[in-house]
Design a protein around this ligand. Structure first.
Ligand code: SF4
Length: 264
């Protein structure tokens, strides 16, 4: 079976425990204003022209993001690092884009990883039919589940997707799976106020079984990608957040009893 992916990162240290291989699937139903992988959004390979001007005349080359490997080809890459997963307690994380947009490929990849004895994590927005989440649930050790906004109208505005679907899925997932980390991408002026934290905390505490929260500080390193891929950057010039900026939020969630990490 083939899927569409746009990157595989070996020896990754974020987005799961230990040393990881992260597989980035291409395609996403959302369009978050702060997305730092805009080239991941379209569910097909994309080609553009990169112009470099180090020399005159400028040099142009065609550049394609995304390709269609088989599950076997991806497993062959994952298997190369097996010794590191064993020694570090790591494994394989599937990220995106939104991996749930390719349910059959994702399920086969997760199942193969479990057959090989690897820890599996799924980094998801949760914006998918429940039946899709249910398919991958038995093969997923850890869910890294985004909460991008707490207000449905603002969620729709800033991501293009329904918060209700995401919360319904999260609620059902929390009843069936005990290893869920909530990840909040913190974006200045959009979801970073004390009132925002209170609203997020209310959602999380109602789930009952969540112990960990990751706060992901906004960064603007993707600005050049928006220009390169001719996509609209809706947050031009927005300043990066650093770890210190998120300390008050970290203390807030820690005081509520959560294990809090800044970054993932
Ligand atoms: S869910 Fe992730 S990949 Fe999709 S648009 Fe939002 S930030 Fe980008």
């Amino acid at each position: 079976m083939e899927g569409i992916i746009y990157d595989i990162k070996r020896f990754a240290l974020h987005d799961g425990p230990g040393i990881l291989t992260t597989v980035f699937l291409k395609g996403c139903p959302l369009r978050c204003w702060w997305c730092h992988n805009p080239e991941s959004q379209l569910a097909a390979p994309e080609t553009n022209t990169i112009v470099t001007r180090l020399d005159e005349p400028s040099h142009r080359r065609r550049h394609t993001v995304g390709y269609r490997p088989t599950t076997d080809a991806v497993m062959a890459i994952i298997d190369k690092e097996a010794v590191f997963y064993d020694e570090s307690g790591g494994g394989v994380t599937f990220s995106g884009g939104e991996p749930l947009m390719q349910p059959e490929f994702l399920k086969e990849m997760l199942r193969s990883c479990k057959d090989h004895g690897y820890h599996t994590a799924l980094d998801t927005s949760g914006h998918a039919p429940w039946q899709t989440l249910e398919k991958v649930l038995p093969f997923t050790d850890l869910f890294l589940y985004d909460l991008k906004h707490h207000n449905d109208e603002l969620h729709q505005k800033y991501t293009g997707g329904s918060l209700r679907l995401i919360l319904d899925n999260l609620s059902r997932l929390a009843q069936k799976h005990k290893n869920i980390v909530i990840r909040i991408p913190v974006v200045p002026g959009i979801n970073d106020s004390e009132a925002d934290n209170e609203a997020f905390a209310k959602i999380i505490s109602n789930l009952g079984s969540i112990h960990q929260v990751h706060l992901l500080p906004f960064h603007n390193m993707a600005q050049h990608k928006y220009a390169r891929w001719e996509k609209e950057n809706k947050l031009p010039g927005l300043e990066n957040l650093n770890k210190n900026d998120l300390l008050p939020a970290m203390e807030f969630f820690a005081a509520k009893g959560y294990e809090v990490t800044i970054g993932g």
